[in-house]
Design a protein around this ligand. Structure first.
Ligand code: ZN
Length: 259
Protein backbone atom coordinates (compact mmCIF):
# COMPACT_ATOMS: atom_id res chain seq x y z
CA UNK A 1 0.00 0.00 0.00
CA UNK A 2 2.98 2.24 0.59
CA UNK A 3 5.00 1.29 -2.47
CA UNK A 4 5.53 4.99 -3.22
CA UNK A 5 7.90 5.11 -0.25
CA UNK A 6 11.15 3.25 0.37
CA UNK A 7 10.47 1.25 3.51
CA UNK A 8 13.51 -1.05 3.22
CA UNK A 9 15.14 0.12 6.46
CA UNK A 10 11.84 0.15 8.36
CA UNK A 11 11.03 -3.40 7.25
CA UNK A 12 14.48 -4.63 8.21
CA UNK A 13 14.26 -2.90 11.59
CA UNK A 14 10.87 -4.53 12.19
CA UNK A 15 12.11 -8.01 11.30
CA UNK A 16 15.21 -7.60 13.44
CA UNK A 17 13.13 -6.47 16.45
CA UNK A 18 10.84 -9.46 15.87
CA UNK A 19 13.62 -12.07 15.94
CA UNK A 20 12.50 -14.58 18.60
CA UNK A 21 15.92 -14.77 20.30
CA UNK A 22 15.78 -11.04 21.11
CA UNK A 23 12.63 -11.52 23.21
CA UNK A 24 11.38 -8.02 22.38
CA UNK A 25 7.97 -8.85 20.88
CA UNK A 26 5.92 -11.94 20.08
CA UNK A 27 2.83 -12.47 17.91
CA UNK A 28 1.53 -9.04 16.78
CA UNK A 29 3.15 -7.16 19.69
CA UNK A 30 5.04 -3.96 19.04
CA UNK A 31 5.02 -1.56 16.13
CA UNK A 32 7.38 0.59 14.11
CA UNK A 33 7.00 3.76 12.09
CA UNK A 34 8.94 6.08 9.83
CA UNK A 35 8.23 9.62 8.70
CA UNK A 36 8.03 9.42 4.92
CA UNK A 37 6.92 12.98 4.08
CA UNK A 38 6.20 16.25 5.89
CA UNK A 39 2.72 15.11 6.91
CA UNK A 40 3.02 11.36 6.36
CA UNK A 41 3.93 8.60 8.74
CA UNK A 42 4.19 4.96 7.63
CA UNK A 43 3.16 2.85 10.61
CA UNK A 44 2.65 -0.88 11.09
CA UNK A 45 -0.90 -2.09 10.55
CA UNK A 46 -2.71 -3.66 13.47
CA UNK A 47 -2.51 -7.44 13.77
CA UNK A 48 0.68 -7.75 11.68
CA UNK A 49 3.81 -9.24 13.22
CA UNK A 50 7.17 -7.50 13.37
CA UNK A 51 8.94 -10.77 12.71
CA UNK A 52 7.36 -11.31 9.30
CA UNK A 53 6.90 -7.66 8.33
CA UNK A 54 7.02 -6.55 4.71
CA UNK A 55 6.32 -3.19 3.07
CA UNK A 56 2.73 -4.37 2.55
CA UNK A 57 2.19 -4.41 6.34
CA UNK A 58 2.46 -0.63 6.71
CA UNK A 59 -0.15 2.09 6.25
CA UNK A 60 0.36 5.82 5.81
CA UNK A 61 -1.38 8.21 8.21
CA UNK A 62 -1.51 12.00 8.44
CA UNK A 63 0.65 13.35 11.27
CA UNK A 64 -1.36 16.58 11.46
CA UNK A 65 -4.73 14.85 11.51
CA UNK A 66 -3.82 12.50 14.37
CA UNK A 67 -1.89 15.18 16.27
CA UNK A 68 -5.01 17.37 16.12
CA UNK A 69 -7.11 14.56 17.60
CA UNK A 70 -4.60 14.20 20.46
CA UNK A 71 -4.82 17.97 21.08
CA UNK A 72 -8.62 18.13 20.92
CA UNK A 73 -9.80 17.25 24.42
CA UNK A 74 -13.32 16.84 23.04
CA UNK A 75 -12.09 14.06 20.71
CA UNK A 76 -11.76 10.43 21.75
CA UNK A 77 -11.30 6.89 20.54
CA UNK A 78 -14.44 7.16 18.36
CA UNK A 79 -12.83 9.97 16.35
CA UNK A 80 -9.67 7.92 15.93
CA UNK A 81 -11.76 4.92 14.85
CA UNK A 82 -13.56 7.02 12.22
CA UNK A 83 -10.24 8.19 10.76
CA UNK A 84 -8.85 4.65 10.84
CA UNK A 85 -12.01 3.40 9.05
CA UNK A 86 -11.23 5.91 6.34
CA UNK A 87 -7.59 4.74 6.10
CA UNK A 88 -8.72 1.11 5.99
CA UNK A 89 -11.18 1.83 3.20
CA UNK A 90 -8.45 3.52 1.12
CA UNK A 91 -5.39 1.41 1.94
CA UNK A 92 -6.87 -1.96 2.90
CA UNK A 93 -5.20 -2.07 6.32
CA UNK A 94 -5.99 -0.51 9.69
CA UNK A 95 -3.25 1.37 11.58
CA UNK A 96 -2.14 0.08 14.97
CA UNK A 97 -4.00 1.64 17.93
CA UNK A 98 -0.55 2.81 19.05
CA UNK A 99 -0.14 4.96 15.91
CA UNK A 100 -1.05 8.02 18.00
CA UNK A 101 1.88 7.38 20.31
CA UNK A 102 4.18 7.27 17.26
CA UNK A 103 2.68 10.53 15.98
CA UNK A 104 3.45 12.32 19.26
CA UNK A 105 7.05 11.02 19.21
CA UNK A 106 7.51 12.40 15.68
CA UNK A 107 5.60 15.69 15.97
CA UNK A 108 6.66 16.67 19.51
CA UNK A 109 10.10 15.11 19.87
CA UNK A 110 11.32 15.23 16.26
CA UNK A 111 11.90 11.49 15.86
CA UNK A 112 11.90 10.14 12.30
CA UNK A 113 11.93 6.41 13.14
CA UNK A 114 10.00 5.13 16.16
CA UNK A 115 10.03 1.58 17.50
CA UNK A 116 7.71 0.29 20.21
CA UNK A 117 8.32 -3.17 21.69
CA UNK A 118 7.43 -5.15 24.81
CA UNK A 119 10.87 -6.51 25.82
CA UNK A 120 10.81 -9.18 28.54
CA UNK A 121 13.75 -7.52 30.30
CA UNK A 122 12.26 -4.01 30.25
CA UNK A 123 8.74 -5.13 31.12
CA UNK A 124 9.99 -7.12 34.11
CA UNK A 125 11.15 -3.80 35.60
CA UNK A 126 8.14 -1.83 34.33
CA UNK A 127 5.82 -4.30 36.06
CA UNK A 128 7.74 -4.01 39.35
CA UNK A 129 7.99 -1.36 42.08
CA UNK A 130 11.53 -0.52 40.85
CA UNK A 131 10.53 0.92 37.46
CA UNK A 132 11.73 4.39 38.49
CA UNK A 133 15.35 3.19 38.29
CA UNK A 134 14.97 3.29 34.48
CA UNK A 135 14.24 7.02 34.58
CA UNK A 136 16.93 7.87 37.12
CA UNK A 137 20.61 8.73 36.71
CA UNK A 138 22.46 6.41 34.27
CA UNK A 139 24.27 3.36 35.64
CA UNK A 140 27.09 2.96 33.07
CA UNK A 141 28.80 5.16 30.43
CA UNK A 142 27.59 3.39 27.28
CA UNK A 143 24.04 3.97 28.45
CA UNK A 144 24.79 7.71 28.42
CA UNK A 145 26.40 7.55 24.96
CA UNK A 146 23.39 5.83 23.37
CA UNK A 147 20.36 6.87 25.45
CA UNK A 148 21.56 10.12 26.99
CA UNK A 149 21.33 11.24 30.59
CA UNK A 150 17.61 10.73 31.16
CA UNK A 151 14.89 8.54 29.79
CA UNK A 152 11.23 9.34 30.38
CA UNK A 153 8.98 7.10 32.50
CA UNK A 154 5.23 7.37 31.86
CA UNK A 155 2.62 5.88 34.23
CA UNK A 156 0.20 3.32 32.82
CA UNK A 157 -2.48 4.81 30.57
CA UNK A 158 -5.24 3.36 28.44
CA UNK A 159 -3.66 2.68 25.00
CA UNK A 160 -4.77 5.03 22.25
CA UNK A 161 -5.63 8.69 22.58
CA UNK A 162 -5.36 8.78 26.40
CA UNK A 163 -1.82 7.40 26.35
CA UNK A 164 -0.81 9.73 23.50
CA UNK A 165 -2.07 12.74 25.50
CA UNK A 166 -0.20 11.61 28.59
CA UNK A 167 3.05 11.17 26.64
CA UNK A 168 2.60 14.60 25.00
CA UNK A 169 2.19 16.27 28.41
CA UNK A 170 5.15 14.44 29.93
CA UNK A 171 7.44 15.20 26.99
CA UNK A 172 6.68 18.89 27.47
CA UNK A 173 7.47 18.65 31.18
CA UNK A 174 10.69 16.66 30.60
CA UNK A 175 12.18 18.83 27.84
CA UNK A 176 13.14 22.03 29.73
CA UNK A 177 15.57 20.21 32.02
CA UNK A 178 16.69 17.23 29.94
CA UNK A 179 15.79 17.96 26.32
CA UNK A 180 13.73 15.47 24.34
CA UNK A 181 14.32 11.88 25.47
CA UNK A 182 15.49 9.15 23.09
CA UNK A 183 13.78 6.46 25.19
CA UNK A 184 10.33 6.39 26.80
CA UNK A 185 9.36 3.65 29.26
CA UNK A 186 5.62 2.96 29.61
CA UNK A 187 4.80 1.44 33.00
CA UNK A 188 3.16 -2.01 32.85
CA UNK A 189 3.41 -1.81 29.07
CA UNK A 190 6.70 -1.46 27.22
CA UNK A 191 9.44 0.51 25.51
CA UNK A 192 9.37 3.31 22.93
CA UNK A 193 12.54 4.51 21.21
CA UNK A 194 12.83 7.76 19.25
CA UNK A 195 15.39 7.39 16.47
CA UNK A 196 16.72 9.54 13.66
CA UNK A 197 17.18 6.37 11.59
CA UNK A 198 16.23 2.71 11.68
CA UNK A 199 19.77 1.88 12.80
CA UNK A 200 19.55 4.27 15.74
CA UNK A 201 16.15 2.88 16.74
CA UNK A 202 17.70 -0.60 16.91
CA UNK A 203 20.67 0.66 18.94
CA UNK A 204 18.37 2.42 21.41
CA UNK A 205 16.25 -0.72 21.80
CA UNK A 206 19.32 -2.90 22.33
CA UNK A 207 20.74 -0.51 24.92
CA UNK A 208 17.44 -0.20 26.83
CA UNK A 209 17.24 -4.00 26.88
CA UNK A 210 20.80 -4.20 28.22
CA UNK A 211 20.19 -1.53 30.88
CA UNK A 212 17.15 -3.45 32.10
CA UNK A 213 19.05 -6.73 32.26
CA UNK A 214 21.90 -5.09 34.18
CA UNK A 215 19.46 -3.42 36.58
CA UNK A 216 17.69 -6.73 37.23
CA UNK A 217 21.01 -8.48 37.91
CA UNK A 218 22.12 -5.59 40.13
CA UNK A 219 18.92 -5.70 42.17
CA UNK A 220 19.50 -9.42 42.76
CA UNK A 221 22.86 -8.51 44.35
CA UNK A 222 21.88 -5.35 46.24
CA UNK A 223 20.91 -1.77 45.51
CA UNK A 224 21.54 0.11 42.27
CA UNK A 225 24.43 2.59 42.59
CA UNK A 226 24.11 4.96 39.60
CA UNK A 227 26.81 7.18 38.13
CA UNK A 228 27.01 10.65 39.62
CA UNK A 229 25.31 13.41 37.62
CA UNK A 230 28.76 14.98 37.10
CA UNK A 231 30.19 11.77 35.60
CA UNK A 232 27.17 11.28 33.38
CA UNK A 233 27.33 14.89 32.17
CA UNK A 234 31.03 14.52 31.41
CA UNK A 235 30.40 11.41 29.26
CA UNK A 236 27.46 13.14 27.59
CA UNK A 237 29.52 16.15 26.54
CA UNK A 238 33.13 15.01 26.02
CA UNK A 239 34.47 15.18 22.45
CA UNK A 240 35.56 11.56 21.99
CA UNK A 241 32.14 10.34 23.07
CA UNK A 242 30.53 12.74 20.58
CA UNK A 243 32.67 11.16 17.85
CA UNK A 244 31.63 7.68 19.00
CA UNK A 245 27.99 8.74 19.04
CA UNK A 246 28.23 10.11 15.49
CA UNK A 247 29.88 6.88 14.30
CA UNK A 248 27.12 4.83 15.92
CA UNK A 249 24.47 6.96 14.25
CA UNK A 250 26.06 6.27 10.84
CA UNK A 251 26.16 2.54 11.47
CA UNK A 252 23.80 0.63 9.27
CA UNK A 253 21.29 -1.90 10.49
CA UNK A 254 22.77 -5.24 11.38
CA UNK A 255 21.87 -8.12 9.11
CA UNK A 256 19.91 -10.82 10.92
CA UNK A 257 22.38 -13.33 12.28
CA UNK A 258 25.25 -10.82 12.62
CA UNK A 259 25.50 -11.49 16.30
ZN1 ZN B 1 2.39 -1.79 23.21
Amino acid sequence: MTSAHDLTDLVQLSRTLGEPARRLAILAEGNTSQRVAKDQLAVKATGRSLRHASAADFVVVSLRRLSDIVDDLGAGDADVARYFDDIEAKQGLRPSVEALLHVVCVVDAGATTVAHTHPESVNALLCSDRAEVLAGPPIFPDQVVVIGRRALLVPYSDPGVVLAREVRARLAAHAPEWGMPRVIYLQNHGLVVLGSSAGEALQLTEMADKVSRVVAATLALGNVVPMTEESAERIDTRDDEQIRRAALARATLQQPGDD
